[in-house]
Design a protein around this ligand. Structure first.
Ligand SMILES: [Zn+2]
Length: 236
C-alpha cells in the first residue's frame, strides 16, 4: 500500500482494497447504502445491487480520466491529515486509512477548506468506520517558493456511528449530491455550519470533479476504454 503518497501530480495510486474485500468489515448501514447507490433510503437508485449501479455508470466510466487508484490517491492526503489528528487524541483507539469516500472544497478565510468522508479500520476491532473531517490548509508566510508550503489544520475528525440516516448530507457548501455525511450539532464544524452560514463568505474553489467511490475503472478495465491523458493536478 502506498502509504507514503504525498504528492499526487501524475499517476500515483492509492491501493485501497477491493469493495468485496471490505464488505465483511462494514456496518450493515454502510452495506445498505452501497446497495442503494449511496442513499440510506434508496431514493437515488430504484434498482438495488452494486453491479447494476456499475452498469448505469458505464458511460461515465468510458469517459473517466482516472482509475480508482488514481482517484483515491487524489484524496488520500486529506484523509491522512485528518486521521493523524484523530489518532493523536485517541491513544489505544487508533484507526488506519482504508478508502476516501467523497470530499468538497471551498475558499474561506483566505484558505482552502475541505469537508470529507472516508473509511478507516480500527486497529483494535478490525471493523471499518466512516469518518467526517474538516481540514483546511494555512499557507506558509514564505512566498519565495512555488507552490507555497501549507500546514494542515484539522478542526474536527469524528466517527459517524450508525444509524447513518441520522446525519445530513449537506451543509452551506457541500451539495447533497456529494453524499458527505455531516455531524449533528449546529457548530460541530466551522465552515458552512447552520449558525454561521449567513455570515460566512464561501468562495467556490476550483471545479475539479470527484468521481463517486467505486465508480472508476481499474487499470485492467481501463485497457480498451477510450483514454484521454489527464493533466489534472490537485492543489492539495
Ligand atoms: Zn460540508
Amino acid at each position: 500500500m502506498d502509504s507514503s503518497a504525498t504528492g499526487f501530480r501524475g499517476r500515483i495510486e492509492w491501493a485501497a482494497p477491493a469493495l468485496k474485500d471490505l464488505l465483511p468489515d462494514l456496518s450493515r448501514d454502510e452495506q445498505l447504502r452501497l446497495e442503494n447507490g449511496g442513499q440510506a433510503d434508496g431514493r437515488r437508485h430504484k434498482h438495488k445491487g452494486r453491479q447494476r449501479i456499475i452498469k448505469q455508470d458505464e458511460q461515465l466510466m468510458s469517459m473517466a480520466l482516472r482509475t480508482e487508484g488514481e482517484r483515491d490517491a487524489l484524496l488520500i492526503r486529506r484523509v491522512q491529515h485528518a486521521l493523524c489528528h484523530y489518532n493523536a487524541r485517541h491513544k489505544g483507539g487508533e484507526f488506519d486509512a482504508v478508502k476516501p469516500l467523497m470530499e468538497a472544497r471551498v475558499g474561506f478565510r483566505d484558505q482552502v477548506w475541505f469537508h470529507l468522508n472516508f473509511w478507516a479500520r480500527s486497529r483494535s476491532t478490525n471493523k471499518i468506520k466512516r469518518f467526517f473531517a474538516e481540514v483546511h490548509y494555512k499557507p506558509s508566510s514564505d512566498t519565495s517558493k512555488y507552490p507555497r508550503a501549507t500546514t494542515p489544520i484539522v478542526e474536527i475528525c469524528t466517527i459517524m456511528e450508525d444509524p447513518l440516516s441520522q446525519y445530513r448530507r449537506a451543509c452551506a457548501f457541500c451539495p447533497a449530491s456529494d453524499n458527505i455525511l455531516h455531524p449533528k450539532g449546529c457548530r460541530k464544524f466551522v465552515c458552512g455550519n447552520d449558525k454561521d452560514r449567513f455570515e460566512q463568505r464561501l468562495l467556490r474553489c476550483g471545479t475539479m470533479y470527484i468521481e463517486p467511490p467505486f465508480s472508476c475503472p481499474s487499470k485492467i478495465e481501463r485497457q480498451g476504454l477510450p483514454y484521454r491523458s489527464s493533466s489534472s493536478s490537485p492543489s492539495q
